[in-house]
Design a protein. Structure first.
Ligand SMILES: NC(=O)C[C@H](N)C(=O)O
Length: 328
């Protein structure tokens, strides 16, 4: 063989992990409604070597932090021998799994989550296009270093900010400030653009994911019903508070009396929690009472961060520092 002969480029290797969701669902034969049954087939990627795995097949409302930990372990195992990883997942809790992986995984190859809003027997079945887009994104040279990504309807989201914004629409995902990239196809050729450079991020290595963290949802007229019981049985609380992180006055003494970490997120769909109001229950008084602002994380992502930090054995003060410095 001549010495300058270049070996043939090897086929890209993609790990495709199925976990269930509508992308794997069909109407069940007994007429009970949609249930996960058959994982989708990846269309039109002949030159790619695909390894498939199905650690479980769940509707995503059945996902738990334990499943997320199992998925993270499987991705760690597959990543060294693959160029990219795609995870198919139900859309209801997809953002939670994406964020848990974001916090726990430091693999070098891109990890991309996708799902579908319509099932395989519907006319507008969006599974194949989302899966193909996700595979292209996972194997694209500009994708590494961005943490786990979510690809739906051609939009590429990061795990920190993505959220499900519609219960039925095909473009069901959004979040503030929006997609970090976009994938389209010119004929069969993918065209991918990112709108920003990758950023460094902190990862965590919890020894367990069993901490009990509960979410309480604030509303006008809440006088703290359910708070004492939740604070008693949980290891930490997250409150989906009002506006910039404010609560009715009755919550202030309850938070003052809680030793366990209490994180204040907002039920408002965009923007940070900021301790600016000084009336009883205003954000400034809650922080003074020891509550931890969730920055721009929604309540369910703040819950996962708190659960992971508790599982790593961090103290209340260390947890506060992670939230304060946006170390996620
Ligand atoms: N579109 C979907 O995947 C919704 C479904 N309920 C799930 O999350 O499993």
């Amino acid at each position: 063989m001549p010495s300058d002969a270049t070996p043939p480029a090897r086929a890209p290797r993609l790990a495709l992990i199925h976990t269930g969701g509508t992308i794997a669902s069909r109407p069940s034969p007994d007429g009970r409604g949609l249930t996960p049954q058959t994982p989708p087939t990846l269309p039109g990627l002949e030159q790619v070597q695909v390894t498939e795995a199905q650690p479980f097949s769940l509707p995503s409302p059945h996902m738990t932090p334990g499943h997320m930990g199992q998925l993270a372990a499987l991705i760690r195992e597959l990543a060294p021998t693959h160029d990219g990883v795609v995870v198919t997942h139900g859309t209801d809790t997809l953002e939670e799994t994406a964020f848990a992986l974001h916090l726990m995984l430091d693999v070098k190859v891109p990890v991309v989550l996708t799902g579908s809003m319509r099932h395989a027997e519907e006319i507008s079945w969006d599974g194949p296009a989302n899966l193909l887009d996700a595979a292209h994104v996972a194997l694209h040279p500009h994708s590494p270093g961005r943490g786990p990504l979510v690809v739906i309807g051609g939009d590429i989201f990061d795990a920190r900010t993505v959220t499900k914004i519609h219960t039925t629409a095909v473009d069901a995902f959004g979040g503030y400030p929006g997609p970090i990239g976009r994938i389209d196809r010119e004929g069969h050729t993918p065209r991918l653009h990112y709108f920003a450079m990758p950023e460094p991020r902190a990862t965590y290595h919890p020894t367990h994911l069993r901490a009990r963290v509960e979410i309480l949802y604030a509303y006008a007229g809440w006088t703290g019903e359910g708070y004492a019981e939740a604070a008693e049985r949980a290891d930490g609380l997250v409150i989906a508070a009002l506006g910039t992180g404010n609560l009715p006055a009755e919550l202030l003494p309850l938070i003052q009396g809680t030793e366990k970490p209490v994180v204040i997120a907002t039920r408002t769909h965009a923007g940070p929690v900021l301790p600016v109001y000084g009336y009883a229950g205003g954000g400034a008084t809650l922080v003074e009472a020891g509550a931890i602002p969730a920055s721009f994380l929604n309540a369910h992502k703040a819950r996962l961060l708190l659960l992971i930090l508790l599982g790593q054995g961090l103290t209340r003060e260390q947890i506060q520092t992670v939230f304060e410095r946006d170390e996620f």
